[in-house]
Design a protein around this ligand. Structure first.
Ligand code: 1QQ
Length: 376
């Protein structure tokens, strides 16, 4: 309790001065501030993902700190969407800042690089947007509240197949992005499961800007739809070019499509793009609408999926910290996270399964008149 915590802190203070508490400490540090590291894609081509995550986290932090049950400090590191930067960030947060846990990184590829470091260091790490296969196989300290593509993509594909009677499609993906490759494979399987023929599979790389060769070939095959697995930067240019050369069929995307930045860049060309998401700001739900209102008041825009999942992620951490009864004990925080069972967030009801993946529902969305709307 508070009394014992205060006594221990006083005693420790005699010998150790103001040295940071050990991660393996007794955990009797009630009243302290939990330092949580955030690794996000904050600058560069995919910065809209990371900036939305930061906005969601900041709003949640202010609310949690005002509630006063636990105090949280967030230390941000920019991955720039790069594995080496993400590794440097993780090492700094773990060894220099002595964080109790980490949120992020934004990209699955970065998580495959830093997850093993956090896991070996006994530092809980939770991705809010890492949707590739195998993320939590890294180890017991690795969590995600991101909805895996293996849950999202089959729903999007099935809904599109049923709505548009898809028989034959073309596929495109970024072949040097771990998550995009994984998402592509999940999509390919979902198409097979729905008996859809794949006419062609075209690849490109992150940061490519010219997709004419791939799309000219696809146009000649007259697909019923095009499936794309890439981040918004490339996906938006693919959509623009496709519409320009007369491919006006529906597009189905993986998680990269869930940023409004896709619509900003592609404009009208984004209409008809389909993606599954656990987040939908139009939900008739008190908690969702309060979050949308508060977010709008703070940032003058509607929160996207990346903001919403990060907002929920910090509340999940806060709840685990409370459960742990410590702001510094990394093992107790891990155990607190693993025990989260019936959490209610803005992305719906949430629990971790025994592999530390989320159990949650998704909605299939379609971009119409420049807006994400429910595909019905
Ligand atoms: C991943 C993703 C990306 C779309 C996050 C921005 O889902 O890398 O797992």
């Amino acid at each position: 309790g508070m009394m014992i915590g205060a006594l221990l802190l006083t005693t420790a203070g005699c010998g150790a001065g103001s040295a940071p508490a050990e991660s393996s400490g007794s955990g009797s540090d009630a009243g302290g501030t939990a330092k949580i590291g955030v690794i996000a894609y904050l600058t560069g081509g995919g910065a809209a993902y990371g900036q939305a995550q930061k906005e969601g986290l900041e709003l949640a932090k202010d609310e949690i700190n005002a509630q006063g049950k636990v105090k949280i400090e967030l230390i941000y590191e920019d991955s720039r969407g790069d594995k080496t930067e993400a590794i440097n960030a993780a090492n700094k947060l773990i060894n220099k800042d002595n964080v109790v846990g980490i949120i992020g990184p934004t990209l699955s590829g970065s998580m495959f690089a830093v997850g093993p470091i956090a896991n070996q260091s006994g530092v809980p790490i939770m991705g809010t947007s890492t949707t590739a296969e195998g993320i939590t196989d890294i180890g017991d300290y690795v969590f995600r509240n991101a909805l895996p593509e293996s849950s999202a993509v089959p729903q999007a594909v099935k809904a599109a197949v049923e709505k548009y009677g898809l028989k034959k499609v073309a596929m495109m993906y970024s072949s040097n992005n771990d998550w995009a490759v994984s998402g592509f494979k999940t999509m390919e399987q979902a198409l097979k499961d729905n008996g859809v023929e794949i006419l062609a599979t075209e690849t490109f790389a992150d940061k490519d800007t010219d997709f004419s060769a791939q799309l000219t070939k696809i146009a000649s095959l007259k697909p019923d739809a095009v499936m794309v697995s890439s981040l918004y930067q490339e996906a938006s240019l693919v959509l623009k070019k496709a519409r320009e050369i007369g491919i006006d069929v529906p597009f189905v995307g993986t998680n990269g499509f869930n940023s409004p930045e896709l619509i900003k860049i592609a404009g009208d060309a984004a209409n008809g793009a389909i993606v599954a998401s656990p987040w939908y700001p139009g939900k008739d739900n008190e908690k969702v609408q309060k979050f949308v209102t508060d977010y709008k008041a703070k940032y003058d825009k509607v929160p996207d999926q990346f903001a919403a999942q990060s907002y929920d992620a910090l509340y999940i951490y806060a709840s685990a910290l409370e459960q742990a009864g410590s702001t510094t004990d990394r093992t107790k925080l891990r155990d607190g996270l693993a025990a989260i069972k019936d959490f209610q967030g803005v992305t719906g009801k949430f629990a971790f399964d025994d592999k530390r993946n989320p159990l949650m529902d998704a909605t299939v969305l379609i971009i119409k008149d420049g807006q994400f709307t429910e595909l019905k």
